[in-house]
Design a protein around this ligand. Structure first.
Ligand code: MRU
Length: 347
């Protein structure tokens, strides 16, 4: 798989794959504007928690270049505004995590403005490289729970396209696929309304020659009952210190159904997705435009004036989760003590 997002050293631009066009066309957006990166995040040309974190990091680096600031104070003012501009989606913690990290680096630097700009470019690139390393590490840790011959069900897209490269669930599947000589299968849930499962997960796993079957969201219980699935592995947009996992709408229903059928339910996410501050009641779940549900392929498929409720994410409590697969190891039956313990392992 290609890289979802990269920094172009020669032109000091950001290049990202336009995910709204996939799988029918592979188009890229190349920009030197942090506002254009913010727009890409908002309209989901780039999406997936780690990928938008990396985009926000590089967006901050672009902002530093764009600021043309002569003093550190002016640069910091510009960067604080850029951080607000880039935070266009509320649920994935990786966005604020990346913009805050970039701001902290700028604040702590004791160099001249030009050097701080270069430090920020380096930090933006490093966030992306770290993401690749974290995914590789998750894939390796997951081998202790994924066996040869497993059929893995996933929702949404937590593959390469949701990260910089490889994916979270993507890494779990790809590393096991390689280790077990291709003896791994995937069931991808379509994921209404934006169909990230059908459009993106199916596309990228099939590109890599991984045996993939597409099902609609309503078929989850049936494939469990029919014994087709060995385990579920899903991504996360935010994991709270309590062990609650916020992920794509439908994850909670899948976890409840998996528990009923005694199917292990794993969450794969890097440490950058763990939020040690927010309590479950305070998580902001993004509500998206009702037309995402009313319209398919440019045509209304319902009464155009119908009311719609369209939360993009849901929250799964820890008692439904078998384990969280992180880049620092596996947290079985997550709880506050175990999450605190693994969080201490961040370098
Ligand atoms: O609305 P999206 O497409 O950004 O939602 C993405 C998801 O919910 C993913 O499962 C999550 O970000 C984990 S990605 C590794």
């Amino acid at each position: 798989m290609f890289r979802t997002i990269e920094w172009l050293d020669d032109t000091r631009e950001v290049k990202l794959v336009d995910q709204t066009k996939l799988p029918l066309a592979t188009k890229h957006i190349v920009t030197s504007s942090h506002e254009r990166v913010a727009k890409s995040i908002k309209i989901m040309e780039i999406r997936g928690a780690p990928a938008i974190g990396a985009a926000a990091g590089m967006g901050m680096a672009l902002a530093a270049i764009e600021s043309k600031a002569k003093t550190k104070n002016n640069l910091l003012d510009f960067l604080r505004k850029a951080a607000v501009t880039l935070n266009t989606r509320p649920t994935a913690v990786n966005l604020t995590w990346a913009t805050t990290r970039m701001l902290r680096v700028a604040e702590a630097a004791e160099d001249g403005v030009d050097q701080i700009v270069e430090i920020l470019v380096g930090e933006g690139k490093e966030i992306a490289e770290e993401d690749v390393r974290m995914c590789q590490s998750m894939g390796k840790h997951a081998l202790s729970v994924i066996e040869s011959g497993f059929v893995i069900q996933t929702i949404c897209n937590a593959g390469s396209l949701a990260t910089v490269h490889l994916g979270t669930v993507g890494a779990v599947v790809r590393v096991a696929h390689e280790k077990y000589g291709g003896n791994i299968e995937v069931y991808a849930v379509e994921t209404r309304p934006r169909q990230q499962g059908a459009r993106l997960t199916v596309f990228e796993f099939m590109e890599d020659g991984i045996d993939t079957t597409l099902i609609t969201d309503g078929m989850i219980g049936t494939v469990f009952r029919e014994g087709r699935i060995d385990c579920c592995v899903v991504g996360a947009d935010r994991i709270l210190k309590t062990g609650h996992v916020i992920n794509k709408i439908g994850t909670y229903t899948m976890a409840i159904t998996a528990k009923f059928h005694k199917i292990p339910f794993y969450v794969a996410a890097p440490m950058s997705t763990i939020d040690m501050e927010t309590n479950p009641a305070d998580v902001v779940i993004e509500e998206r435009d009702g037309d995402e549900i009313r319209i398919i392929n440019g045509k209304y498929i319902t009464v155009p004036t119908t009311k719609v409720y369209n939360p993009a994410f849901d929250m799964t409590p820890p008692e439904l989760i078998t384990a969280i697969i992180t880049d620092k190891g596996i947290v079985e039956v997550p709880n506050k003590r175990k999450i605190l313990e693994i969080h201490k392992k961040i370098d």
